[in-house]
Write a protein that binds this ligand. Structure first.
Ligand code: BGC
Length: 750
């Protein structure tokens, strides 16, 4: 529908109808206005597969393919693969008459304790942003809509409806918002879903700064914003701030609030933003309705009747899981070759492949790891532990005895459902004690033991030195069982890399002591030092670093070439990395490119991921990965001048297969052409006059005002870090404060 037609429609709507449109019809659809031909569209979770349900959604949902949750997908380090997953979800959305898929979720993993870590991609905004962009482009390529969520900083579950997150502007820009900025600009999601929490005092659902100034004015977002389910506080202020759709519908309640805010009637909710006085104009309402209707009509008109191939999607789910699982340790136990394998652990027959809460899919076709392994070789099974009773140790001996009689043991264990879910955070990173005891006992009787972990977030691994191999399968979707078997038996070569750091113990983590906060408030005191940025800055050795993952082959990083060794901040730089597969099997490597500033004027991380590329290399062959870096890749957020800033300096570009192993490095000298300064004022320090563009003019003026000799006498001994006002307060310079202020103003105005 054309813009002019929508404008015409809006003009025919009554205020009541407009207010109705801005709230859901129910939990999963928008309000139709049949008299004007305005249709309703359907919304459904979720980020790794559809969850179409009735009511508020606690019951069983319509069956759909359960793809790997974000935690695993991100380990693919492969934007194209993310697109493939998105496209398959988009096809199922078309098939199930869903117009907006509520995902992907790309909040930053601030702490491994976060209850929804399995629903989010990474601790790093570049990785997170790129994988999110892939998913969005995939879903939207099938003409279904997306809701990128939860905007922003929904990094914990504790008190999620009210928590006030105190975050520096720099950490917001460089870490938490950056994760959204890239996909918003690159993939143009149809909608965004705002988060429940508050940021520096303001609810995300009514923050004009977040929803309008940053999202629309700076990033150019054109769709509409919906609330998370129940995230609306003051409805009228939400519309003022840029929140179009309230979900789920609240019926009369908030309709009345909006109508009264326009008509001057009583508005129940107290306004929070001092600039907003619980009053809305019809223009503000019309703008919100227009944005909503543009999307409603665009999606409604894009229905396709193509049949959906769910069997193919299952194969896609397996492929993505296989390309993403991370081999953490291998002392030669893998791939499995011949002999008899003891498969131990109830997760082999009751797999854990997704997390609990709104993203939980009613999976169509779940492969059990034990069944998939049977296809490859001789296996025997023992339960080992009970998923229904953590404290049941009665099955351990039987499992260890079975292992002793086989050529190897594969223990499949991890976090039971109750350990992690939407709605609450973890309080520790330990596996159930019965799983740990099982590993100990099996290893005592069978030294050739492999551990396969199924968990949605990092766990401590006290057994790491004792076992021969560890495969981090994470939560891998309905095809995880097949993917595990394919990798263990070497049908596929592992190529996933960790999208987050694994700490040795929780006390090492960046937010330790400040997570999840107290009294409805949490301080993000680690600032920009999230994930590997923290471990590297503080030289803390983690259990496994960000970007880490093994393969059945080996890669040699041969060379790095830069297109220039000098550049201005506005040039772009091409980086070419050559690497060789030096092993005997074909494999894929996720090449990672990091940037380090050598002598920064502000505190900066040791290095930051700026780009990555997954390359397939046949055994013995060499391949190239080419990257382009631009201004933003060298910049940091200057919270004095509120802008992205690049300083002239030497920057080192590092390339490798893990954050702790970048064998290649090359340097480029970047010259910044931008002047960063605020107008002169009485607090400007004397040393700043040397570099300030108006510094010389002002100094000349001062000299005239004070008189040459006196000026020279004062300036000969003046401490350089003192502010200009001290000329009046500390020296007998004949200057008065009004004179100084006038001189400053005159200079600034020129
Ligand atoms: C979750 C969202 C989800 C919505 C609808 C909320 O509780 O935070 O991620 O999309 O429910 O199920």
């Amino acid at each position: 529908m054309k813009k002019s037609e929508i404008k015409d429609l809006v003009s025919k709507l009554t205020l009541e109808e407009k207010a109705m449109l801005l709230s859901g019809k129910d939990a999963w659809s928008t309000v139709p206005i049949p008299r004007l031909g305005i249709p309703s569209i359907n919304l459904s979770d979720g980020p790794h597969g559809l969850r179409q349900c009735n009511g508020l959604g606690w019951g069983e949902s319509v069956p759909a393919t359960c793809f790997p949750p974000a935690v695993l997908l991100a380990c693919s380090f492969d934007e194209e693969l993310a697109k493939k997953q998105g496209a398959a979800i988009g096809e199922e959305a078309q098939d199930q008459n869903v117009q907006i898929v509520l995902g992907p979720g790309n909040n930053i993993k601030r702490s491994p304790l976060g209850g929804r870590c399995f629903e989010y991609f990474s601790e790093d905004p570049v990785l997170s942003g790129h994988i999110a962009a892939g998913v969005i482009e995939g879903i939207q390529s099938k003409k279904a809509g997306t809701a990128l969520k939860h905007f922003a900083c929904n990094s914990q579950e504790t008190e999620r409806f009210v928590i006030d997150e105190k975050i520096s502007e720099r950490a917001l820009r460089e870490i938490y918002l950056a994760s959204f900025e890239y996909p918003v600009k690159k993939a143009k999601p149809t909608t965004l879903m705002c988060a429940y929490n508050r940021i520096n005092g303001d609810y995300c659902s009514q923050s004009k700064w977040l929803l309008t100034d940053v999202l629309r004015s700076e990033w150019g977002f054109k769709g509409f914003v919906m609330s998370d389910w129940g995230a609306v506080d003051n409805r009228a202020q939400g519309v003022y701030a840029g929140l179009e759709l309230e979900m789920p519908g609240t019926g009369e309640e908030n309709k009345r609030e909006l109508v009264n805010a326009v008509n001057g009637g009583p508005v129940a909710m107290p306004p929070v933003d001092p600039k907003f006085r619980n009053k809305l104009t019809m223009r503000q309402i019309d703008k919100a309705v227009t944005r909503l209707l543009e999307v409603v009509f665009a999606l409604h008109e894009k229905k396709t009747e193509k049949p959906c191939d769910y069997a193919k999607h299952h194969r896609t789910a397996v492929e993505i899981a296989r390309e993403s699982m991370v081999l953490l340790k291998n002392s030669g136990a893998l791939p499995i070759k011949g002999g008899k394998t003891a498969v131990i652990g109830e997760m082999a027959v009751r797999p854990r492949y997704q997390g609990g809460g709104s993203s939980c899919v009613n999976a169509i076709d779940v492969t059990k790891p034990l069944d998939a392994m049977r296809e490859y070789g001789e296996v025997e099974y023992a339960q080992g532990y009970s998923l229904d009773d953590d404290a049941d140790y009665s099955r351990i001996n039987e499992a260890a005895d079975l292992a002793a009689g086989c050529d190897r043991a594969v223990i499949i264990c991890g976090l039971p459902d109750s350990y992690e879910s939407e709605g609450y955070d973890r309080t520790h990173i330990n596996l159930p004690d019965s799983h740990l005891r099982l590993i100990d006992e099996v290893v005592r009787k069978q030294p050739n033991t492999v551990v396969v972990l199924c968990n949605g977030a990092p766990v401590a691994m006290p057994f790491i030195g004792k076992v021969n191999a560890v495969l981090e399968a994470y939560l891998g979707g309905e095809g995880a069982g097949q993917a595990i078997a394919d990798l263990l038996y070497g049908k596929a070569n592992p190529c996933g890399k960790l999208a987050e750091t694994f700490p040795q113990f929780i006390e090492q983590t960046p937010s330790y002591g400040n997570f999840p906060g107290e009294n409805s408030r949490v301080e993000y005191s680690e600032g920009i030092y999230v994930g590997y940025r923290w471990y590297e800055k503080h030289k803390i050795p983690p259990l496994f670093p960000f970007g880490y993952g093994l393969s059945y082959t080996t890669f040699r990083y041969d060379s790095i070439t830069l297109s220039a060794d000098e550049m201005t901040e506005n040039d772009s730089l091409t980086v070419t990395v050559k690497l060789t597969n030096t092993g005997s099997v074909d494999g894929k490597e996720a090449v990672q490119l990091y940037v380090r500033q050598e002598a920064p004027r502000v505190s900066r991380p040791e290095k930051e991921l700026k780009a990555f590329k997954k390359v397939f290399i046949k055994a013995g062959e060499t391949a190239e990965a080419v990257f382009t870096l631009d201004r933003r890749d060298f910049a940091y957020w200057d919270d004095k001048y509120h802008c992205w800033r690049v300083d002239s300096d030497k920057f080192t570009i590092l390339a490798g297969g893990s954050s702790d192993n970048c064998p290649l490095a090359a340097s480029v000298q970047v010259t910044s052409q931008q002047q960063y300064c605020e107008p002169l004022n009485i607090h400007t320090q004397f040393m700043e006059l040397k570099t300030h563009p108006k510094g010389k003019t002002f100094t000349d003026r001062l000299r005239t005002a004070i008189g040459g000799d006196k000026f020279d006498e004062i300036f000969a001994h003046l401490p350089q870090d003192w502010p200009l006002r001290t000329l009046v307060q500390m020296y007998d310079s004949k200057l008065t404060m009004p004179m100084l202020v006038k001189l400053i103003e005159q200079t600034n105005q020129e």
